[in-house]
Design a protein around this ligand. Sequence first.
Ligand code: NDP
Length: 318
Amino acid sequence: KTVCVTGASGFIASWIVKFLLQRGYTVKASVRDLNDTKKTAHLLALDGARERLHLFKANLLEEGSFDAAIDGCEGVFHTASPFYHAVQDPQAELIDPALKGTLNVLGSCAKTSSVKKVVLTSSIAAVAYNGKPRTPDVVVDETWWSHPDFCREMKMWYVLSKTLAEEAAWKFVKEKGIDMVAINPAMVVGPLLQPTLNTSAAAILNLIKGAETFQNSTFGWVDVRDVANAHILAFENPSANGRYCLVESVKHYSEIVKLLRELYPGLKLPGKCADDEPFVPVYHVSKEKAKSLGLEFTPLEQSIKDTVESLKEKNFFN
Ligand code: NDP
């Protein structure tokens, strides 16, 4: 079977490509720059790549850019989307590539009869940010939707970009009769295949690189290998439908620091919170739907350990 992975060089996508090749798929993988070895060498070195990996150049903002990569594919894993927080122009840097890019990719899917199913890498960002209280008695699940107005009010531009992109994707596939499943992971950690630093791995690196304080934030956390697996399980399972939240556990940064301290007593870790406010409370995210795919979650402690080992191995810190 032939499938397409967009944004193949990224943290999550690299693992999806690895697992797809392992399972015998032929993979048409899109990257932005075919000549940038930092984005391609790790993919070309994967087992099975020489025989079954084909690279294509595509940019989210160029209409029709994905036609060649998608044509002839049975499945499309659309992961490409910018994930940064420090942006000058949220519309140009985050919202346009996320939203127009998703419609662009889906447009290419609609042009060919080969595509049977699309797996969209959305995010918990499109689920949990709507102003409803998130406290220890609350269980967030797939019925939740983030609210664009709330995101704009809070200036959460990345969250807004993912919300608008997933909303638009559902509207488009309903109109065109395309089968789609969305995967909604929380903060993704675990080992890096790519040589560059992605935003969620940077969240852990910042804690172990000598920061004085940790952020007063609470996030869901999940392992990158589980996220990649969920994408493939959702593609392969004919009864998979709708959205799948992926969260192993929800923890405040203080708890992540505690975990790191237990694992690595020698590390210099931040000793205090960045502000004097009460800690942002934890909440729950339902695992029921994810488990129905047959997914088992890697314990967060293991994921954090593997993240640190990977960051060491890749010389991001000593
Ligand atoms: P990465 O930054 O590692 O990957 C992002 C990918 O998107 C890269 O391949 C990047 O290409 C590509 N991309 C960005 N802009 C463009 C563009 N204009 N045209 C073509 N490609 C582009 O991040 P992740 O692997 O973490 O993210 C992958 C997906 O997972 C995203 O959709 C993200 O929103 C989602 N996600 C991530 C989470 C996390 O914690 N990591 C949590 C939930 C969802 P290039 O390498 O050339 O920049």
